[in-house]
Write a protein that binds this ligand. Structure first.
Ligand SMILES: [Zn+2]
Ligand SMILES: [Zn+2]
Length: 153
C-alpha cells in the first residue's frame, strides 16, 4: 500500500525526523498506516543479511540460520559452524542467563561461506536475505551431489 506523494516537511511518525524526497514519494507505512522513514522501517520490519549486508523483510529471516562459531545446543553437542535450514518450530531457547539452539529444528545445508569465517563474531548466529538464501540452497545441493558421487565410487 502506498499513499500519494507527501508534502514537503512531512515527518516520520515514529522518530519525527523529516522524510527525505524519496521517502515522501513512496512512503513506507507502519501498522497504523502512518508514514515512517526508511531507518525506522528497517529497524522494525527488516533485518540485515549477515553475508551481503542488504536488508530484507523479517518474514524470510527465519528460513535459514548461519552459525558462525560452535554454539550451545539443548541436549548435548554444540552446533557446529555452517549454514542450516530451519525446519520448523522455535530453533532456540533462552533463560535469564543464556540461550541455546535447538539442533532438532536445524538441517545442515552447507559449510560457512569463506567471508563469514570469523573467530570472534559479535553474534554467534546470523540470518540471510532471500538472494543469499538462494545461493546457499544451490551450494547445499552441490554439497549433496558431491557426497553422493563419493558414496558411489
Ligand atoms: Zn523514523
Ligand atoms: Zn544477503
Amino acid at each position: 500500500m502506498s499513499k500519494d506523494c507527501l508534502p514537503e516537511g512531512a515527518k516520520c511518525d515514529w522518530c519525527e525526523y523529516d522524510l527525505d524526497d524519496e521517502e515522501r514519494e513512496s512512503p513506507r507505512l507502519n501498522g497504523s498506516d502512518e508514514p515512517i522513514c526508511d531507518d525506522c522501517y528497517q529497524e522494525e520490519y527488516e533485518f540485515p543479511c549477515c553475508l551481503c549486508e542488504n536488508y530484507d523483510e523479517q518474514d524470510v529471516q527465519h528460513e535459514m540460520l548461519v552459525v558462525f562459531v560452535p554454539t550451545s545446543a539443548s541436549g548435548g553437542d554444540k552446533v557446529q559452524p555452517g549454514v542450516y535450514a530451519i525446519t520448523g518450530g522455535p530453533y532456540w531457547g533462552t533463560d535469564y542467563f543464556s540461550s541455546w539452539l535447538d539442533a532438532s529444528q536445524l538441517a545442515w545445508l552447507c559449510p560457512l561461506p569463506e567471508s563469514l569465517r570469523d573467530d570472534d563474531p559479535f553474534y554467534p548466529v546470523g540470518h540471510l536475505c532471500r538472494d543469499c538464501q538462494k545461493e546457499m540452497q544451490v551450494r547445499g545441493v552441490q554439497e549433496l551431489t558431491k557426497k553422493c558421487a563419493m558414496a558411489f565410487c
